[in-house]
Design a protein around this ligand. Structure first.
Ligand code: GDP
Ligand code: MG
Length: 162
């Protein structure tokens, strides 16, 4: 059984973008066949010879779900199923109320939680990640899912927890 890594975070921070960047690209292309339109939320991944399964909890949605209910359910899935949880947020809006809510939900678990701050696309934005220490989840790791920067450092932190 492979370790499971779950990405959790409020909508629009870049969970799906990060997920797609981390998963095995060959499999992602296979999934991209015509007729396959469902949001992919579970896929095998590998870093430095360490295989694991990755879950994008944001790909699991509830009809009529209010945002509070959705992030609560997503955090519960991560706490139950994952060995390592990545809380993702975005440097663009600073620390939001929903970020604080997600962090509070994750305080309940003894499982390792890694805090990653996405959309840190350039040095100016990377300089703003220190605000995220206030979430109480340790050192924030700057990443850019769209540029692909910082992903290796994040993956190093993840596999160190296996
Ligand atoms: P999710 O709702 O958390 O799954 O977020 P998505 O992955 O769907 O991304 C939400 C929006 O943020 C999209 O418009 C992405 O193109 C954009 N985005 C994702 N990652 C980055 C990033 O690293 N930098 C910037 N500037 N935009 C990003
Ligand atoms: Mg998504």
């Amino acid at each position: 059984v492979l370790p499971v890594v779950a990405i959790v975070g409020r909508p629009n921070v870049g969970k799906s973008t990060l997920f797609n960047r981390i998963i095995n690209e060959r499999l992602a292309i296979v999934e991209d066949e015509p007729g396959v339109t469902r949001d992919r939320n579970y896929a095998p991944a590998e870093w430095m010879g360490h295989k694991f399964d990755l879950i994008d909890t944001g790909g699991i949605t509830w009809e009529d779900g209010r945002i509070e209910e959705e992030i609560r359910a997503q955090a519960e899935i991560a706490i139950e199923e994952a060995d390592v949880i990545v809380m993702l947020t975005s440097v663009v809006n600073g620390v939001t109320d929903l970020d604080e809510r997600v962090a509070q939900l994750l305080y309940k678990t003894k499982k390792p939680v890694i805090l990653a701050v996405n959309k840190a696309d350039n040095p100016e934005q990377r300089a703003n990640i220190y605000d995220f220490y206030s979430l109480g989840l340790g050192d924030p790791i700057p990443v850019s899912g769209s540029h692909g920067t910082g992903i290796g450092d994040l993956l190093d932190e993840i596999i160190a927890k296996f």
